[in-house]
Write a protein that binds this ligand. Structure first.
Ligand SMILES: [Zn+2]
Length: 208
């Protein structure tokens, strides 16, 4: 059984000064770099996801003619309307400059289809199309994932829930996660939901 570290959306737009900045997000970059170092000692694969939208993406409030941070429906699915963020090839979509990018073995990009949002690293929000992630993990005999990143209550949560649903063992590195918290308890509820689905909470010290 092999393991991988999965770093979710450690991109400029989710960090300080970004278009969709998550509170205290920059604090997780050091956690990520320490986790990379520890996981490499154990010869684990290092994977990162990138939100990677075309500029006409349907989740952008401006494209829906609505206000950011409100909710509505996009092609039959419930949708939070976001500020324009993580546009392909733009600086906001790049990894945080302090992230040890040279250690990444595989990068999964998601959210390229304008008509549907994609929080999970495995599928779009309607489970209509899959990313290459599952295929890559199977090809590398990986069935255990250590997950951390941004944001706890969206892309981390849906990545973890899909992974558990597909039979992966999942450990959540909680100190490496920060949430959007449209409602104040969203991140806490997301963590409880992931635990109830079978995720184990771990700390950096357990990776040493
Ligand atoms: Zn997005």
């Amino acid at each position: 059984m092999k393991s991988a570290l999965m770093l979710v959306d450690l991109q400029n737009d989710f960090c300080h000064g970004g278009a969709l900045a998550v509170h205290d997000a920059d604090a997780v970059i050091n956690v990520a770099n320490r986790a990379i170092e520890l996981c490499k000692v154990h010869e684990m694969a290092i994977i990162a996801t990138q939100d990677w939208h075309p500029d006409d993406h349907g989740s952008f409030a401006v494209n829906a003619g609505t206000e950011p941070w409100t909710t509505g429906e996009l092609n039959g699915l419930s949708q939070v309307w976001w500020p324009v963020h993580c546009v392909q090839e733009q600086p906001g979509a790049a990894f945080h400059p302090q992230l040890e990018k040279q250690s990444l073995d595989f990068v999964v990009r998601k959210g390229q289809n304008s008509g549907i949002d994609s929080y999970s690293a495995f599928f779009d929000n309607g489970h209509r199309a899959a990313t290459p992630l599952h295929h890559w993990l199977k090809g590398n005999q990986i069935n255990r994932l250590i997950v951390m990143g941004l944001a706890t209550d969206y892309c981390v949560k849906f990545t973890v829930l899909d992974a558990l649903d597909m039979g992966y063992q999942v450990a959540l590195l909680e100190e490496g996660c920060r949430g959007v918290n449209l409602s104040p308890n969203d991140s806490q509820q997301a963590i409880e939901q992931m635990q109830q689905a079978g995720a184990r909470l771990i700390t950096l010290s357990e990776l040493a």
